[in-house]
Design a binder for this molecule. Structure first.
Ligand code: FHN
Length: 500
């Protein structure tokens, strides 16, 4: 029995890691030969409508993982699940020596205890607003299959808990009221649904069951659209199993239907695959859906890897674990400075950075999350101009931090301040735009000195602009230099080479 438990947890760990290290992130290699594809993307690359334009401008978002797993918080009766389950929201798969007896049964009955007395959707939304989030993604149903809305299509839902009320509605209403767009996370995969198959159903009986599961999934999605018409999109998950991959005709038609029912709906690249089983990107390397949705707990190293697609990156504060995890000790948890660095890394490459929160069984954020939300918000109050609605800058990479731009403004968010207080920007010699004036967002009033400096590097394609930082300016975190760009006063001439 113990060996079996160990086997299952190792199996899930392997599954988890392989799903996260799949091939869609990293540099993209387009196939040499074009294939005829019937089940490719239903929408063009970089949709140009207003909903997608809003997505492109968000910059910062919030993810919330909330469900029955919030009750144990990655432990049970004082025993930690840390090495027995892949992540806190995966605690149902807890196996190995530390797992409690009849754990799955205990877990599946947790709904009888789900009664978050201090849950206040308005307080969450206000916190997210203070943090600067422009959109949020909320788990309507995670892999355990428990629905946080009163779905008509399964009994395993919030109405059966002592809490009873429609949590999804509370969240959608509260965030929308604060001007934050809502996206619904939906896991297709369900651990405890007997109609669900991870492998392709083969026998007639299996096929029948899986057909039932597919129509249940469709009904739930249409129900979500009908119940919460204010939502902007779906954030799909748990779509990697072969059962779903092989159902490409069904998923193609379902996506069509969802889009028809809800014009402007945004769906990322995790929803479905083409008829050759290619996920995220079809067999020709073209994106499936409206944006690349594979950046999870990691960021692209190079802008080129994104191939011009819209994208988001979802990020945990602990190394892994999206649901509530009571005990963070002994784990490297990202600091506010780490997260701001990741935020600017992301927006400098035209992406949205989505920070995850995992509230506890009473609806309260982890105390460390409260601190981070406040600190990110304090920073955003001063610097959000460099985050919202900005675009990638085609300049040589700066070692000081990250460039972003909006209209005639160039922003450099400085994380690495040089000891000589000179920020030296490399600008290609043939550039028609150079920094003309510079100032620091918030805090420091006067304009900074901008100097054109010529240094002798052989065969250098760049020229240099120095921005002098006042010695007395000593912020505690990264700061943003805002520059107005304009015509260069004089083109830099080629210097006469010395005769040697
Ligand atoms: O397995 C899930 C995990 O629990 C979490 O929900 C993340 C969020 O992006 N997605 C899955 C793994 O890709």
């Amino acid at each position: 029995m113990k060996i079996f438990k160990l086997f299952t947890s190792v199996f899930f760990l392997i599954l988890w890691t392989s799903s996260l290290h799949a091939q869609w992130t990293g540099p993209k290699v387009k196939p040499k030969e074009k294939k005829e594809i019937r089940y490719g993307s239903l929408t063009p690359k970089n949709r140009s409508d207003t909903d997608m334009a809003a997505f492109r401008n968000y910059g910062l978002g919030q993810f919330i993982h909330w469900g029955l797993y919030a009750i144990p918080g990655n432990e049970w009766e004082g025993v930690s699940a840390r090495n027995g389950a892949a992540a806190s929201e995966w605690i149902r798969t807890w196996g190995g020596q530390t797992a409690p007896k009849n754990w799955k049964d205990i877990y599946d009955n947790l709904y009888k205890k789900f009664n978050p007395q201090t849950f206040d959707a308005k307080a969450w939304a206000q916190q997210a607003k203070y943090m600067g989030a422009k959109y949020m993604i909320f788990t309507t149903k995670h892999h355990d299959g428990f629905a946080l809305w009163p779905t008509k299509f399964s009994n395993y839902n919030i109405t059966k808990s002592p809490y009873k009320k429609d949590i999804v509605k509370e969240v959608v209403d509260a965030y929308t009221e604060e001007g934050i767009d809502v996206y619904l996370y939906f896991s297709v995969l369900e651990w405890n649904n007997s109609d669900y198959f991870s492998v392709e159903p083969k026998t007639e009986a299996e096929k029948k069951k899986y057909e039932k599961f597919l129509s249940y999934t469709k009904n739930q999605l249409l129900e979500l659209l009908e119940n919460y018409p204010k939502i902007k999109g779906f954030w799909f998950d748990g779509t990697w199993d072969q059962s779903w991959v092989k159902a490409y005709d069904f998923t193609y038609n379902l996506e069509k239907e969802l889009r028809e029912k809800h014009p402007g709906l945004i769906i990322g690249s995790r929803f479905r695959n083409d008829e050759f089983g290619k996920r995220h990107f079809d067999s020709n390397g073209d994106i499936l859906g409206d944006y690349e949705q594979g950046w999870e707990r990691k960021l692209p190293q190079a802008f080129e890897w994104l191939d011009g697609n819209d994208w988001d990156a979802v990020m945990t504060i602990p190394p892994n674990g999206w649901g509530y995890m009571k005990d963070w000790t002994g784990l490297y948890t990202k600091t506010t400075d780490d997260l701001l660095d990741m935020l600017m890394h992301t927006v400098s490459m035209n992406g949205n950075f989505v920070l995850n929160f995992g509230p506890d069984g009473n609806g309260l954020m982890h105390p460390e999350e409260d601190i981070i939300a406040k600190e990110v918000g304090d920073w955003m109050k001063v610097n959000s101009e460099a985050v919202y609605g900005v675009r990638h800058v085609d300049l040589p990479k700066s070692n000081y931090g990250y460039y972003t731009k909006k209209d005639q403004n160039l922003y450099l968010t400085v994380f690495n301040r040089p000891i000589n207080n000179i920020i030296r920007l490399a600008i290609p010699k043939n550039s028609n735009e150079v920094p003309v004036t510079a100032s620091i967002l918030g805090g420091y009033e006067s304009e900074l000195v901008v100097k054109h400096s010529d240094i002798g590097l052989d065969l250098d394609k760049n020229t240099y602009y120095d921005i002098l930082l006042p010695k007395e300016f000593s912020p505690e975190r990264a700061f943003v230099i805002k520059m107005k760009m304009g015509m260069p006063i004089s083109k830099s001439d080629k210097l006469m080479d010395a005769k040697m």
